[in-house]
Design a protein around this ligand. Structure first.
Ligand code: ASC
Length: 151
């Protein structure tokens, strides 16, 4: 069962990567694509975070809508890190992304998993569940940024 699950998710990831990378005419487009999807993800994640941290009143519907967008956006950036896209436009992406591809892919998969859990938690309407999932998701963002995002 387990190897099959791993294989299935690897295939799913590959399918996303292949179909999305085929759209990119040049490295600059890949870089813009990954930056754009991460930017949109960050904007919606911040709205969830404002509620999780009590800076704005908790509205379960708004939280769920935003978390849903975060989870959808989290699927996209990875296809934008294809071979030869380490330069071509201003980018903070570190060389380790391409020299440690298995580890980078794992970090991406972790973020996709955590954002899926965030969306599920938001759907329950339970603020404590949202707070816990927000913290775990932020941790996965930070781990990847610490390892793979430069200045
Ligand atoms: C955010 C955001 C990130 C993460 C990260 C977590 O809100 O835009 O990139 O949280 O800062 O440490």
């Amino acid at each position: 069962m387990k190897p099959f699950v791993h294989l299935a998710s690897a295939c799913a990831l590959l399918a996303v990567s292949v179909s999305a990378s085929a759209q990119f005419a040049k490295p600059e487009d890949s870089i813009r694509y990954r930056q754009s999807s991460l930017f949109i993800m960050g904007q919606h994640f911040a709205r969830v975070g404002a509620m999780a941290n009590g800076r704005t009143p908790f509205d379960a519907k708004v939280a769920a809508e935003n978390a849903e967008i975060v989870a959808a956006m989290a699927k996209l950036p990875w296809a934008g890190f294809g071979p030869g896209t380490d330069k071509g436009a201003p980018t903070k992406a570190k060389a380790e992304i391409w020299s440690e591809q298995a580890k980078f892919r794992e970090a991406g998969e972790k973020t996709m998993a955590e954002t899926a859990k965030l969306a599920a938690a938001a759907k329950t309407g339970n603020l404590d569940a949202l707070k816990a999932a927000f913290g775990a998701t932020a941790g996965s963002c930070k781990a990847c940024h610490d390892a793979y995002r430069g200045q």
